[in-house]
Design a protein around this ligand. Structure first.
Ligand code: FAD
Ligand code: NAD
Length: 466
């Protein structure tokens, strides 16, 4: 007898896009099953964005107390209680988990806790966490399985049982000396947080700059900010070998342009990029095409090579941000309803949550140069934004790129406090197609950071005559 259960839609992985799609379709009366092996609601609320930003905020409070004297607040001796930091974070996760369970219940989507894999192009086999298995046939199937941290093939690294962001966010102690491998998003956010919790921190970045995707001036500003925080940053540093065990004692052998160096630390965090969770889930059995790095191949409508299968979020090669996975949900939602919404040309901003933040939207200077695109550009040091006179947060700058044929804003970057919020103002202008002069001439409230947009945009060179 066929034990296969039939659903209108089966979603494999409950990432940001997948869960929202499930709740939406189920609330319309569709029979929807979501297969999730571990984190109800995906990685963002459980082990990534929310817990990291929660601890980043605790670290911000520690830094504020540490520097309180500068602002005239006299404190006595203070210490960071990592157990309390952890408990506050866990409380947030628990509340969020309850909200997720309630949303599943209210929508009518069935959440099946287990590991799913394709056994044919329309059927998944689920190994249930509680034991046993189920077979689910979906008229439509959506893949939203996300990614996991890459552990590079360096001798001794795996044997050292390194931390990834998941374990680092579970630490109830500040490591004595944390070595952070990789100076990208995760690496620098965690490095600064642990430095502020009291750890000695060394970042080992293989590339020639931090934040490989950002312009060099942005990366250099970030380098200065981290060094000012007391973090040792090694760029152009190749890890050749590791000895020891994370949590006890680590010896990291690094090749620098100046020669070899040995770092002695207590813990090592690996944050060198991601691997899609697409191996071993039967994509070959279903004949679903992946690219050479294992990401599911999709078109602009997020359809795979099979007409009944869609893929969203990081596993589909979308930008590795929760808001991209969220937008993928909207695209598939509308396309399943007969629309023709696509990923092409969407503006996906990004914010690195160090202090001060690094925020970007649109075109970067380096990409304009690489593409041979002519642009007008202006920069403004944060020290010229009047709010910093009150707050003393003078590190950073704003940068804007404007077209040469018209006055539209093509890109914006800010290193500075609340850069993400200021960036959203510029993004709104970009979406509206506003000429930069409209924002330049707007009456912006004094004494905000966004007020700095006026002097920044006043520096944009005039359009060449003719
Ligand atoms: C430390 C860190 C901090 C971050 N901070 C931010 C931030 O501040 N802002 C931001 O926008 N982005 C941030 N990101 C990125 C963000 O977490 C992801 O882009 C986001 O979670 C979107 O993921 P997704 O929808 O692709 O899948 P995920 O949320 O990763 O969900 C995939 C789900 O599929 C499940 N799964 C996988 N395989 C199977 C299987 N075979 N069977 C059943 N279930 C399976 C997994 O358990 C997981 O729950 C951060 C990432 C990291 C690592
Ligand atoms: N605030 C946020 O939105 C946020 C925070 C964390 C992560 N994320 C997302 O998750 C993604 C993954 O983050 P990540 O930090 O793991 O990757 P990343 O791609 O941001 O940075 C990885 C860094 O590691 C370096 N690297 C690679 N191999 C190395 C090696 N062997 N030794 C030393 N350095 C090496 C790379 O040059 C790069 O600078 C990010 O790209 C981002 O999209 C977002």
């Amino acid at each position: 007898m066929d034990q296969t259960e039939s659903f209108d839609v089966v979603i494999l992985g409950s990432g940001q896009g997948g869960k929202l799609l499930a709740w939406h379709l189920a609330s319309l009366g569709k029979r929807v099953a979501v297969v999730e092996r571990q984190w109800i609601g995906g990685s963002c609320p459980a082990v990534a964005c929310l817990p990291s930003k929660n601890e980043v905020w605790s670290a911000h409070v520690a830094a504020t107390v540490r520097h309180a004297g500068h602002f005239g607040t006299v404190t006595g001796p203070f210490s960071v209680d990592m157990a309390k930091v952890l408990a506050r974070k866990q409380g947030m996760i628990d509340r969020d988990l309850a909200a997720h369970r309630a949303a599943y219940e209210a929508s009518g989507a069935e959440l099946i806790m287990g590991t799913g894999s394709f056994i044919s192009s329309d059927t998944l086999e689920v190994t249930l966490n509680e034991g046993g298995s189920r077979r689910l046939r979906g008229e439509k199937i959506v893949i939203n399985v996300g990614t996991h941290a890459l552990i590079p093939d360096v001798p001794g690294l795996r044997a050292a049982i390194p931390l990834t962001h998941i374990e680092a966010l579970e630490l109830d102690r500040a490591p004595e000396h944390l070595i952070v491998l990789g100076g990208g998003y995760t690496g620098i956010e965690m490095a600064q947080a642990f430095r502020r919790f009291g750890s000695r921190v060394t970042i080992v970045e293989q590339g020639t700059q931090l934040l490989a995707h950002e312009d060099l001036d942005v990366a250099e500003e970030v380098l200065n900010i981290l060094r000012t925080d007391g973090i040792e940053v090694l760029v152009g540093a190749r890890l050749t070998c590791i000895e020891g065990r994370s949590g006890v004692k680590i010896q990291a052998y690094v090749q620098l342009s100046s020669g070899p160096r040995m770092l002695e630390g207590t813990d090592i965090l690996v944050s060198v990029g991601r691997v899609p969770n697409t191996a071993g889930i039967g994509l070959e059995a279903a004949r679903i095409a992946v690219d050479d790095r294992g990401y599911v191949q999709v078109d602009g409508a997020l359809k795979t090579n099979l007409p009944n299968i869609w893929a969203i979020g990081e596993a589909a090669g979308s930008p590795q941000f929760t808001h991209a996975s969220f937008d993928d949900f909207r695209i598939v939602r509308d396309n399943l309803a007969g629309g023709n919404r696509r990923t092409d040309g969407r503006l996906v901003p990004n914010v690195v949550f160090i202090e001060p933040q690094v925020a970007h939207v649109g075109l970067r200077e380096r990409d304009a140069q690489r593409e041979g695109r002519k642009v007008r550009m202006a920069t403004l040091p944060l020290a010229r934004v009047m709010r910093t006179m009150a707050t003393d947060q003078v590190a950073g700058f704003m940068k804007v790129l404007v077209g040469t044929d018209d006055d539209r804003i093509l890109g914006f970057t800010m290193v500075g406090p609340e850069a993400g919020e200021v960036m959203a103002v510029v993004q709104t202008a970009m979406i509206a197609g506003l000429p930069y002069t409209s924002l330049r001439d707007a009456v912006l409230a004094h004494l905000t950071f966004a007020e700095g947009l006026a002097p920044l945009l006043a520096r944009v060179p005039p359009r060449a005559a003719g």
